[in-house]
Ligand binder design. Structure first.
Ligand SMILES: [Zn+2]
Length: 318
């Protein structure tokens, strides 16, 4: 079985062809330019799809699509997606499936990534784990008893929006004090930017010409060099990420918490404090069961997820 996969994000899109074992035969990565509307992006996705299929030299049997939600998985249609302005009502399974005349399946990107880690990544052979993507936002996917857990209205796993601080900072979801508002890449940059108003001594100001250029990556880099200002912001955010994961561990008793996304590129600078907080703050019996590990699919976590979505729909496993 050969699968055409689409991983569609607000910033970048990946299109690829893989076989059933998850071996990628060809792929493309490009800017979504979502702000220019769906037409131009869909045209480029279709063109890239034709190219990767030609390059792979195989026939496509099924299509899997992972995309930021909220969306209606069954009809393959997007609702109002914050990262894809103007895409509301687009039926991705029809748009991207029509050129190939094969079945196409849609899943929200975090669930897809969890399914991809289950089938091909760090969660292979593990029936109970939680996947979290820590990047621009914080998303989650729950694998329970070997299957993705969707919940009654199919929107389960919004781990980024459980509350850590009752009167905390505003969150893109409309509420405040969510994990995402305290520990996503965007939030790490925002918190550092706010504190720069107090004019602290920091190497970061030698790297940027204005506070607007500040990113989570720069905070991590400065923290890794022992910059006191960056270290204090970073440690605070990692503490809150650890608290969020400890909550998830107490509720779900997973064997693994798998972390992917741009912020996890900080490596041990992220994993060491987070593991320590989980060990200290989750209930001891549950903390003893869990390991916090990086996603194995790395930068391909979303694309591998799209392949897994197709395999799950056709073969009933992922
Ligand atoms: Zn929120």
């Amino acid at each position: 079985m050969y699968i055409l996969g689409f991983d569609i994000g607000g910033t970048k899109t990946m299109v690829g062809v893989a076989d059933e074992s998850g071996t990628v035969l060809a792929m493309r990565r490009f800017e979504t330019k979502s702000e220019l509307g769906p037409k131009q992006a869909l045209d480029r996705m279709k063109k890239a799809a034709r190219e990767v299929v030609r390059e792979a030299g195989v026939g496509v049997d099924v299509i899997g699509i992972g995309c930021g939600g909220p969306l209606d998985r069954k009809s393959g249609t997007l609702y109002t997606v914050p990262n894809l302005p103007g895409w509301e009502g687009i039926c991705l399974t029809r748009e991207l499936g029509e050129d190939f005349g094969v079945p196409a399946y849609l899943e929200n990107d975090a669930n897809a990534a969890a399914m991809g880690e289950h089938l091909f990544g760090a969660g292979k052979g593990i029936d109970d784990f939680v996947f979290m993507i820590v990047g621009t936002g914080i998303g989650g996917g729950i694998i329970a008893n070997g299957r993705i857990y969707r919940g009654f209205g199919e929107n389960a796993g919004e781990i980024g929006h459980h509350k850590i601080m009752s009167e905390g900072p505003p969150c893109p979801c409309g509420d405040r004090g969510c994990l995402e508002a305290l520990a996503s890449g965007t939030s790490i940059a925002r918190i550092a930017r706010e504190r720069l108003a107090e004019k602290p001594e920091t190497v970061i100001m030698q790297w940027v010409s204005s506070p607007e250029e500040l990113t989570a990556e720069l905070v991590a880099r400065a923290a890794s060099q022992g910059d006191p200002f960056a270290s204090s912001v970073w440690q605070e955010c990692m503490h809150n990420l650890g608290i969020g994961i400890a909550n998830v561990v107490n509720i779900l008793n997973p064997r693994l918490v798998i972390l992917g996304g741009g912020v996890t590129k900080a490596g041990s600078l992220l994993f060491e404090p987070v593991r320590r907080v989980v060990r200290e703050r989750a209930m001891p019996a549950l903390a003893a069961d869990v390991e916090v590990v990086p996603a194995k699919n790395g930068d391909l976590v979303g694309l591998m997820g799209a392949f897994a979505v197709a395999i799950d729909n056709v073969l009933g496993r992922a």
